[in-house]
Design a protein around this ligand. Sequence first.
Ligand code: GTP
Ligand code: MG
Length: 566
Amino acid sequence: MASSFTVCRLHTIGRGSLVKCLQKVDTFLHRNIGTNVVAVQEEKNGFKSLNAVQAERQEQAERSVLISCRSRTNEKKFLKYIANYGDIQKYFFYESYGMYAVVEFANKESVASLFEGTAIPSISHESLVPFKSRLLSMRNLDSVDLPNQPSGKKRQAQTSIPINELIQRLSKEESIDQQITSLTEAYQLTEENCRLRFLVCSLLKDIAAGFFPECTIKPFGSSVNGFGKLGCDLDMFLDLDGISGKKATMPKSGLFLEYQMKRANLERIVTQNILSVIGECVDQFGPGCMGVQKILNARCPLVRFAHQPSGFQCDLTANNRVAMKSTELLYLYGELDPRVRHLVFTVRCWARAHGITSSTAGAWISNFSLTVMVLFFLQRRSPPIIPTLDHLRDLAGPEDKSMIEDNDCTFVSDFSKIQLESNTETLEQLLCEFFEFYASFSFRTLSINIRKGKEQNKPEVAPLHIQNPFETTLNVSKNVNASQLDRFVAVCQESSWLIQQNNTAPSRDGTKGKANITPWGVSTLLLPSQVAGIKSRKRRIFESSSDRIKSLLESLKNTNNQQNQS
Ligand code: GTP
Ligand code: MG
């Protein structure tokens, strides 16, 4: 076991799950590598705040290196070679346009010592940018075909399984609740993927640290809020608060020194200038960073690029503290009750399968808006599954106080203060009710508001109005046009009907094989044939409901036949 490539897949489900997951990994690696493993400190009630998780992950990332293993490398030899430079705390391999290894040393000094032993590439026809980073290549001068190469099974890609495979997998489950759990397990970020995200932030930080040695680069959004799907983008936040936020105490009298600093009229201009320079450095010096675009005139200026070794699409922002707070809030809600994450994953996956959401920006509903819609629905259950944001603010202590540009972003960070009500609804009930709730929601007049946990009158004209939880005068779904909202409502109506018609697993005849797997339950909601069958609400008005149902049944039958024939 110790010699096999340790790409393991661990999942985080439920309350305090990230902590448990970290412990699982630590136990696993402790067994396999036998190094001293730092015990994960649990906080009150088994919960860890996102800030505590981030700090721990950042520290791990700083002790880590990313190594491309293009030359044929035997695992044992590889580890033996790397171990010359220090104790290996953890390691894993993954595939993304070639084999890569993430190696975490027990201490930072080992990285420095590895650098001492690392050669500068010798090239003859090109010139090198002499920027050294923790992205390295393992070369092998003995080009012999060595055994102990990672087998196909161990070369895990860092992307999610294709939808057809997911449909097959879900069809084999016994209940809708199991299907939903299985969907979350298939799609959520793995432990390794999460580590890799922090490592990429840490590599980027090394570039930015050339100008701002005290900066940090933190992931935010779905990479860390608990709702990330394998393959989701990596949103990064260049945090310079460590520099500008640290104000030395002024003496009451006498001499003191202050830094001379350049000034600009607006904070936005400072952010744009900083991102412009960092973006240029990423483009010119960043190994593995491709297709750098500086999108500085956006509402939130950003630098977008592809990090080829990890396969992540990256968005680097600065001065984006409200988004950091939204991330913390979503993380908190996801940790409060396991049903939150399961429902968000299922709804996100369903929405993607039907083209309600997209990976590109446009007039459609974003994953963030959709997540807020799920949270609002869960607040509207009787009794509510999650509390309102106002309630979380009321529970906050002085240490939680947070004002960002006049926006009150305060909410409780001590999970043990939050008392949940005893709602016992199953995932199946919740999913069906979700579709019904939004199939008949009065979007024309009402706004979705997770701060109050109640519908409010729309303050402005927009097809879909979801109040921004912290910048309360803003609508997070301002981009959504009427036809996209109509599509969402239409698919909710169809899905509500479909799930009720297909809510029991077909009886199995005991024979094994594909022919026995008929899509049912959640899998019918993801079928591509349904996507093609959904029409916009305007056209549907002219179609009788029996015609619609007939065509749905027909397409379902066709899909089943195709499955049985293959
Ligand atoms: P995916 O990337 O689609 O998986 O989801 P995501 O949650 O990461 O969304 P996205 O990359 O679009 O945005 C990253 C984060 O920025 C979100 O999780 C939010 O915290 C924040 N964010 C995005 N859009 C808005 C918005 O309109 N308002 C506010 N307040 N925050 C937003
Ligand atoms: Mg994102």
